[in-house]
Ligand binder design. Structure first.
Ligand code: HPA
Length: 273
């Protein structure tokens, strides 16, 4: 058996002994969004520390818990805390939770993150549906021997983002009166924020937002046939766009300011998926 598959299977078997996530909607909560996990009703919580082969999260605000239960009437499996490439995990580790979700029978995943806006028409606080993405991380969770149990050697990325769910998400936003945008998310390795020159490059090649996560998870999700949508909270204008220096504090402040709107949007979407 392929080593990556074996690890994911052992992790999934352990989680399945604690909870039933069949046909749930997987949600990966990005920076500042963790609170949504507290709103899950009848929660069954599994600590990452108890899951075989799951690494530890090292980022403040990323707690390290899987929470299964009901959110606005929908069955969800929520990841409170994700693994980032910049923490030193390899790509297979970063994308492991998504594959584990697949093995648990999750039907779709919603990936969320905090991102810098490089589209000049965005503002801090803008929510952006990820319509497409650029993998600028210099690595890929699908490198190496293909894990045939999950999917094909050369997976299509034309339809990486699920069109039906993405359209549904935009309808929900409209109904809630949220002025969402959509665009291209470009993933850098981090952990430094980009340089102004890198942001001009990102703008030139068509990025609307930049960040340090999510792309490995989209790749792994698409590879194993999970339906996926992604939403970025634009927490700051990207480097060089305002003349001000960037800080993690600003990222957290904005995420905090729009979290109720963001949570409301996700709750509306899951109830109709
Ligand atoms: N760059 C990269 N990642 C980010 C940013 C940014 O400006 N803001 C929030 N996450």
């Amino acid at each position: 058996m392929n080593e990556t598959y074996r690890k994911c299977k052992e992790a999934a078997d352990y989680i399945a002994s604690k909870l039933d996530a069949k046909d749930a909607i997987g949600i990966v909560l990005g920076s500042g969004l963790g609170e949504l996990g507290n709103e899950i009703e009848d929660p069954i919580i599994v600590d990452y520390a108890d899951i075989p082969h799951f690494p530890k999260t090292t980022v403040a605000g990323h707690e390290g818990k899987l929470i299964c239960g009901k959110l606005n009437g929908a069955k969800v499996l929520c990841m409170k805390g994700r693994f980032h490439f910049y923490e030193g995990h390899d790509m297979r580790t970063v994308s492991m939770p998504v594959r584990v979700m697949k093995l648990l029978g999750v039907k779709a995943v919603i990936l969320t993150n905090a991102a810098g806006g490089c589209n000049k028409t965005f503002k801090p606080g803008t929510l952006m549906f990820i319509d497409d993405f650029i993998n600028y991380m210099g690595d890929n969770p699908l490198y190496g021997e293909n894990v045939d149990e999950f999917g094909p050697r050369f997976p299509d990325m034309t339809l990486a983002i699920d069109r039906e769910y993405n359209a549904l998400g935009k309808i929900c936003a409209k109904e809630l009166g949220i002025d969402v945008r959509s665009g291209v998310y470009m993933a850098f390795r981090g952990p430094n924020f980009e340089t102004p020159a890198e942001i001009r490059f990102a703008q030139t090649i068509g990025a609307d937002a930049v960040g340090m996560s999510t792309v490995p998870e989209i790749l792994a999700a698409r590879h194993c046939g999970l339906r996926v949508i992604g939403i970025s909270c634009i927490t700051n204008m990207a480097a060089g766009m305002t003349g001000e220096a960037l800080s993690h504090a600003e990222v957290q402040e904005t995420a905090d300011r729009v979290k109720d709107q963001f949570k409301g949007l996700i709750k509306a979407i899951v109830s109709r998926m």
